[in-house]
Design a binder for this molecule. Structure first.
Ligand SMILES: C=C(O[C@@H]1C=C(C(=O)O)C=C[C@H]1O)C(=O)O
Length: 115
């Protein structure tokens, strides 16, 4: 029986039994089935691309948000605009549910630092 998790970095004797647990592909993908392992590797390429994009967009957003804050404060304005933050929280909640709210809170924090 396959277990839920595989640690691709584990030494062969630490790996769970099932499929081909000693194969390198199994260690990387969590399955001993070569067709499934190949498909998983393909999908992971796209996942890695998406993650790189998310990280770049996250960093760009944080920099822009910091620039807005600095521009506003230099002009005598407030550091934050809570009505705008509420709009953003609502946008993410509507699109993604409760996880969206948590994500938006992290995005907002990245732009202005912890309160
Ligand atoms: C970037 C701004 O400043 C702050 C940061 C926000 C953000 O990261 O989206 C939103 C509202 C402000 O509290 C803004 O007013 O647009």
């Amino acid at each position: 029986m396959m277990t839920d998790v595989v640690d691709g970095s584990a030494a062969p004797h630490d790996r769970p039994a099932g499929g081909d647990p000693t194969g390198a592909a199994a260690a990387r993908t969590g399955t001993g089935d070569s067709a499934a392992a190949e498909r998983i590797s393909e999908i992971r390429e796209r996942i890695d691309e998406i993650d790189r994009t998310i990280i770049a967009l996250w960093q760009e957003r944080a920099a822009l948000s910091q620039e807005v804050g600095a521009t506003r404060m230099a002009s005598g304005g407030t550091r934050l605009v809570l009505s705008r933050e509420r709009e953003i929280l609502e946008r993410f909640r509507q699109a993604l549910g409760a996880d969206g709210t948590q994500l938006a809170l992290l995005l907002l924090r990245a732009g202005r630092g912890p309160l």
